[in-house]
Design a protein around this ligand. Structure first.
Ligand code: MTE
Length: 324
C-alpha cells in the first residue's frame, strides 16, 4: 500500500505517466509538485474525443449501433458511440484514453470463464455463454468518472443479483469482491509495478443485489467492445466509474470489506464507497460539476449521479463524508 502524503509525486506516479503528466502540467504552467497519483488521471487532462476510434468496435452483425431511446430518463442525449468506444479508462492497456481502443483491439475475450465462489452454497465456474442466458436487457445509464467527466451509455446486460441468487451467498457473506483478468503479456499496463494488479473492486452485498447493478455484456445493441471491458464488466451507475470493473474473471463473496486497487494505491483519495457526491470534493478537485462528453461547458453533478431516489436509502444513517 502506498502512503501518499509526504512522498514526492515523482516517486509515486508510474514513471511514463509522470513524465507525460509533467509535460502536460508544464503546458499549463504548473509544476511537477502539483502531481500525485490519480485514479483515471487529472480532471481536465483528458482530451476531448474528436474523431472515431482508430479501430472499429466489435460488432455482432454489421448493423449500425443503435439503442431503444435517444436519451436517458432525465432527457439527456446518449453519448455518441464513437466517444463511448474511443475514449476509455483501462489502465491494464494504457493511461492514454484515446489509445485504449487500438491497444485492446486484439485482446482475446473468448473463450472466457468467470469463477464465482467464496461464502456461497453453490460455487461455480461459469462460461460467458452461460452468463449470456440470464435475461439481457438494455439499461441507459449515466457514467460519471471521478475525474469529473461523464457520458450517457446504453448498456446491455443482466442484473448481478441474478448471478448471486444462483450461487446462494451464505449468511456470513457481507461483501462482493471482483477481480479483473491478469495477463501482462497481453496487457502492457500490468507491467507497471505502481499498481497492485489485478484490478480489484468491491461492493457491499446489498449494493450488489440492487436492481440497478448491472453486469454489462454489450452497449448500443452490440457485443461489448474490448476497450469497454468485454466480455463482462460491472456497471454501478450511482458510483464513480472506477467501481465499474472491466474484464471480470473472479467474483468472491466475502465477510470483510475488500480493498480495491485504487484504495491500495491512494487510500486518502479513493474510498470503498465512491458514491457520486457533489458535496464531497476529491482532495485535489471539486466534484460539484462535470463535463458531459460531447457537450460544451459544465453541468451540475447530481447526488448519487441522479439515482438518489433508488439508492439513497442504502446509506441511511451513514456519514457519506468519512465513507467517501
Ligand atoms: N476496470 C479495469 N479493469 N481497469 C481500469 O483501468 N477503469 C475504470 C473503470 N473500470 C478501469 C476499469 C474507470 S476509472 C472508469 S471511468 C471506467 O472503467 C471507464 O469505463 P469506459 O472506458 O467503458 O468508459
Amino acid at each position: 500500500m502506498h502512503n501518499l502524503p509526504q512522498i514526492p509525486s515523482s516517486e509515486i506516479t508510474p514513471k511514463d505517466l509522470f513524465l507525460s503528466r509533467r509535460k502536460f502540467l508544464r503546458g499549463l504552467g504548473l509544476g511537477a509538485g502539483a502531481l500525485a497519483l490519480a485514479a483515471c488521471g487529472l480532471p481536465g487532462s483528458e482530451a476531448t474525443p474528436t474523431s472515431a476510434p482508430a479501430q472499429p468496435a466489435a460488432t455482432s452483425g454489421g448493423s449500425a449501433p443503435s439503442a431503444s431511446a435517444n436519451t436517458d430518463e432525465l432527457g439527456d442525449p446518449l453519448t455518441e458511440y464513437d466517444a463511448v468506444t474511443g475514449f476509455n479508462n483501462y489502465y491494464e492497456f494504457t493511461t492514454d484514453k484515446e489509445r485504449v481502443a487500438r491497444m485492446a483491439a486484439d485482446f482475446p475475450t473468448s473463450p472466457w470463464q468467470v469463477q464465482v465462489g467464496g461464502l456461497v452454497n453453490n460455487p461455480g465456474v461459469f462460461d460467458i455463454d452461460d452468463l449470456l442466458k440470464f435475461p439481457i436487457a438494455e439499461r441507459i445509464y449515466r457514467l460519471r468518472c471521478v475525474e469529473a467527466w461523464s457520458m450517457v451509455i446504453p448498456w446491455m446486460g443482466f442484473q448481478l443479483s441474478e448471478l448471486l441468487k444462483k450461487v446462494e451467498p451464505t449468511s456470513q457473506a457481507k461483501y462482493v469482491r471482483f477481480e479483473s483478468i491478469y495477463d501482462p503479456d497481453k496487457m502492457p499496463g500490468q507491467h507497471s509495478s505502481w499498481y497492485e494488479w489485478p484490478y480489484v473492486e468491491g461492493l457491499r452485498l446489498d449494493e450488489a443485489m440492487h436492481p440497478l447493478t448491472l453486469m454489462a455484456t454489450g452497449l448500443y445493441g452490440e457485443q461489448l467492445p474490448a476497450q469497454n471491458g468485454a466480455p463482462l464488466r460491472l456497471v454501478v451507475p450511482w458510483k464513480y466509474g472506477f467501481k465499474s470493473i472491466k474484464a471480470i474473471v473472479k467474483i468472491d463473496l466475502v465477510e470483510e470489506q475488500p480493498t480495491s486497487l485504487w484504495m491500495a494505491a491512494a487510500p486518502r483519495e479513493y474510498g470503498f464507497y465512491a458514491n457520486v457526491n457533489p458535496d464531497v470534493s476529491h482532495p485535489r478537485w471539486s466534484q460539484r460539476t462535470e463535463r458531459r462528453i460531447g457537450e460544451l461547458g459544465r453541468r451540475e453533478t447530481l447526488p448519487f449521479n441522479g439515482y438518489a431516489e433508488q439508492v439513497a436509502s442504502l446509506y441511511e444513517g451513514m456519514d457519506l463524508r468519512s465513507n467517501y
